[in-house]
Design a protein around this ligand. Sequence first.
Ligand code: GRF
Length: 223
Amino acid sequence: MIRLVALISGRGSNLQAVMDAINTRQLPAEVAAVISNNPTAAGLQHASQAGIAIQVVNHRDYPDRRHFDSALHRAIEPFAPDIVILAGFMRILGADFVNQYHGRLLNIHPSLLPAYRGLNTHARVIEAGETEHGVSVHFVTPELDGGPVIACTKIRVLPDDDPERLAARVLTQEHQLYPAVIGWFAAGRVRLHNQQVCLDGTPLQQPVELDFGESSCEKSRLY
Ligand code: GRF
């Protein structure tokens, strides 16, 4: 059983997926706290209703990133997490903060990294005429969306996709991929070694590609 702290900024649907996986005993973890930079993040309410400790560290209360990052670190530490997950956390974290959680800070990003780092991935993917899109889970390093990728899930871009439709289909995959990868971490199967992802002791040459099926839910075998 691992202790997890989640950092969120908004609706928190990925956090909810993680909480659901825990509640249905597919993920041996405990959410020790949910911390947000945004006091009105909907995900805070959901966590609170589930009896999870919540905290706000509002970036607007700090003069710069360094002070914000320190405050965030001070908020996290009492919960002694084994892993910190970014779940729609919309602040860039500085190198000092990131390095304090080396090998135990994960992020989920809605693209097939290293392609389409940053924001508005779905619109950019459509604009570029891509036929394939997806979601990646990676270890966080100081480089934005640049850390070693653990796993991804791919979906097809359909001819009549608009950014909203595509985002919704990617999100369905996110909700399966993140709990699955956190489950690997909980089982001690995945770790970061010399900036390289190791799964079951073997360095990955490329991210593991998980296929949940675009409409099915045959995910249990993957935990
Ligand atoms: C997700 O698309 C995630 O990949 C990205 O931000 C979004 C957060 O959504 N990093 P939610 O708050 O988990 O619903």
